[in-house]
Write a protein that binds this ligand. Structure first.
Ligand SMILES: NC(=O)c1ccc[n+]([C@@H]2O[C@H](COP(=O)([O-])OP(=O)(O)OC[C@H]3O[C@@H](n4cnc5c(N)ncnc54)[C@H](OP(=O)(O)O)[C@@H]3O)[C@@H](O)[C@H]2O)c1
Length: 162
């Protein structure tokens, strides 16, 4: 499984159920990496998408403990164990963990790669990605040139499990 996230200098990813920044190049990168593949997310992240709708052209798997939860074009998993059963039929290199905080935390042990967009700013936040720079088993293996979107500076990085 591959984690994909946009983080700030403190590994913050969101506030009040929303992203910290909307950077078109990052959205495009996310779309290109995940289209045609499988995305796994928490119910709150699904609700943060426009209209709370599944993203097109991807298998959308949503974790929720709500046994009556249903949504168009969404495969529901009620536990990590149920998720494992669903994922058994997919190539693990095609499965992306797309958040949020609680799901990154729980699924990071299953990830061997992480595509991290690093935004050079400190936002007020209430949701975080685990700090991979503090984890001995993770190493940054790639970093793009610095990019800019108006006054926001960011870079696309890859971390891999040693
Ligand atoms: N920057 C980024 O790359 C990025 C990416 C994604 C999200 N985000 C941000 O992250 C924030 C949301 O993160 P979050 O941690 O609050 O929410 P979340 O992880 O998206 O969703 C949490 C929900 O997922 C379900 N869930 C989690 N673990 C489960 C398990 N083991 N079994 C069954 N259901 C489970 C529960 O749903 P029920 O309550 O329905 O039971 C739980 O309330 C937002 O601000 C969002 O914008 C940022």
């Amino acid at each position: 499984m591959i984690a994909i996230a946009a983080v700030d200098r403190n590994w913050a990813i969101g506030k009040d159920g929303k992203l910290l920044a909307n950077i078109p190049a990052d959205m495009k990168y996310f779309r290109e990496e995940t289209t045609g593949n499988v995305i796994v997310m928490g119910r709150k992240t699904l609700d943060s998408f426009p209209g709370g709708r599944a993203l097109p052209d991807r298998v959308n798997i949503v974790l929720t403990r709500d046994m009556s939860f249903e949504r168009k074009n969404v495969v529901v998993a009620h536990s990590v164990e149920e998720l494992d059963e669903i994922l058994a039929e997919y190539d693990k290199d095609r499965v992306f963990c797309v958040g949020g905080s609680s799901v990154y935390e729980q699924l990071l042990p299953k990830c061997d790669k992480a595509y991290i967009t690093q935004i050079d700013y400190e936002y007020a936040a209430d949701a975080y990605f685990p700090n991979l720079d503090e984890k001995a088993e993770w190493v940054k293996t790639q970093e793009s040139e610095e990019q800019t979107y108006f006054d926001i500076c960011f870079a696309f990085t890859t971390y891999e499990r040693r």
